[in-house]
Write a protein that binds this ligand. Structure first.
Ligand code: CMC
Length: 380
């Protein structure tokens, strides 16, 4: 039985207000606290964008310096996290590993035991900065461990983006490549009521704690219909191999009714506002690496898919190959998304808490009509 009022997947349903970001599919625009994301990607550090999402305004030089100081002071891996990582099979998916470690971080936080400590807004802001500072070290350590390598300590003389790449690879790529990484973090930071952010808000709405909300959000992000698409895109490229195989590969994929990852969006129907900026950033890496084969493949799949389906690429389409060219394993792409989106998630947790109503929708029952066990069935 289906009820005509049911909006499967909450499609088109407005469930609350938010002052954090505005997605406008008509104008193909995305604003963080009123600023077009393209302008932020062109001019701001990721630290400044994190500040903007949490506080509603871009930081003054003093405020930015204070955030950078706090972030740099918390960059190092806790020895208990290093010990936990050693207990997790190296074959586990990095999303599962990062989810587990973020859960562990919640157990280190003694302020949770204070009266009202779970949902104290000032403490939640500190926790947001802690997660922001810790995730690069966690993701870098997970990437290195997959290659049989020890974690690399952070460097205080580097900004967030350069330090992230340093901790992962032990060397720095060109300034242009560091900038591509920064741009990807800015573009991934926030996107209104997407599935993982909504998950975080549902958890926050029960007056649970911020770590629990982020752990739940990571679980939602893992799915290929959401953040897992950036990993899945790269698997497509590997499967296809070369640009001249795109046509036959798509024929087979359509015949098997497969979804092609990195295309389509619930909100944008005429193209994802973030794609042109990320595509330009990817082109920098494609030029720098001389990977004309990959450039041809990325173009060929995009053109063929848009021509045949009229569905456009989303942010995961250009970011997947960009992370590949930066040197990350494919399974690390979605954990990079976590490191960026934790800024948006934590801003939303605090916004939810500030004017909370328990999120508890209704369902239309579709099971069997009322019935009774009866004495015989109870074996009495
Ligand atoms: N490949 C093939 N067909 C598609 C695709 C795709 N990527 N996207 C949409 N369609 C078709 C779909 O099969 C359906 O066709 P029909 O009406 O004939 O059954 C129609 O378009 C509508 O699709 P839908 O899945 O009902 O629409 P939705 O609004 O629920 O889907 C989506 C949004 C993102 C789940 C979907 O486009 C999709 O599965 N894309 C691939 C996964 C992906 O790239 N996800 C990342 C999303 S954006 C960034 C992020 O969150 O990470």
């Amino acid at each position: 039985m289906t009820d005509p009022d049911i909006k499967k997947g909450l499609a088109g349903v407005v469930v609350d207000t938010t002052a954090i970001s505005k997605v406008n599919p008509e104008t193909n625009s995305l604003l963080y606290r009123g600023y077009p994301v393209q302008e932020l990607a062109a001019t701001q550090s990721f630290e400044a964008v994190a500040y903007l999402l949490w506080h509603g305004e871009l930081p003054t030089p003093e405020q930015l310096a204070e955030l950078e100081r706090t972030e740099r002071a918390q960059r190092g891996l806790d020895p208990r996290t290093v010990a936990l990582l050693e207990t997790i099979p190296v074959t586990a998916h990095p999303m599962d590993i990062v989810r587990t470690v973020v859960s562990q971080l919640g157990t280190f936080d003694d302020t949770l035991h204070r009266p009202g400590g779970w949902t104290d807004p000032a403490l939640d802001l500190q926790r947001s900065v802690t997660l922001f500072a810790q995730l690069p070290a966690i993701v870098a350590a997970v990437q290195r461990r997959r290659r049989g390598l020890e974690p690399i300590p952070p460097r205080d003389d580097l900004d967030y983006s350069a330090n992230f790449l340093w901790m992962t690879f032990g060397e720095l790529p060109s300034d242009a490549a560091v900038d591509v990484f920064r741009i990807s973090m800015v573009l991934y930071a926030e996107h209104s009521f997407n599935a993982s952010t909504f998950t975080a808000r549902v958890i926050a709405s029960t007056t649970s704690d911020l770590y629990s909300a982020v752990v739940g959000a990571i679980g939602a992000l893992k799915g290929p219909l959401h953040g897992g698409a950036n990993e899945a895109v790269m698997h497509h490229f590997t499967e296809i191999g070369t640009a001249d195989n795109v046509g036959p590969w798509l024929d087979r994929a359509f015949a098997e009714k497969r979804k092609i990852m990195g295309f389509g969006h619930r909100v944008y129907k005429n193209g994802d506002s973030r794609v042109p900026t990320m595509r330009a950033a990817l082109d920098v890496l494609l030029d720098e690496s001389g990977r004309d084969d990959l450039a041809a493949l990325v173009d060929a799949l995009e053109h063929a898919f848009v021509e045949r389906k009229g569905i456009y690429p989303n942010l995961d389409y250009p970011s997947g190959p960009a992370y590949h060219l930066l040197g990350f394993d494919t399974e690390i792409f979605t954990p990079l998304f976590i490191a960026a989106r934790v800024t948006g998630w934590t801003a939303h947790v605090r916004e939810q808490a500030a004017s909370n109503a328990l999120i508890r929708p209704l369902s239309a029952y579709s099971g069997v009509d009322e019935r009774h066990v009866g004495t015989a069935a109870r074996g009495v």
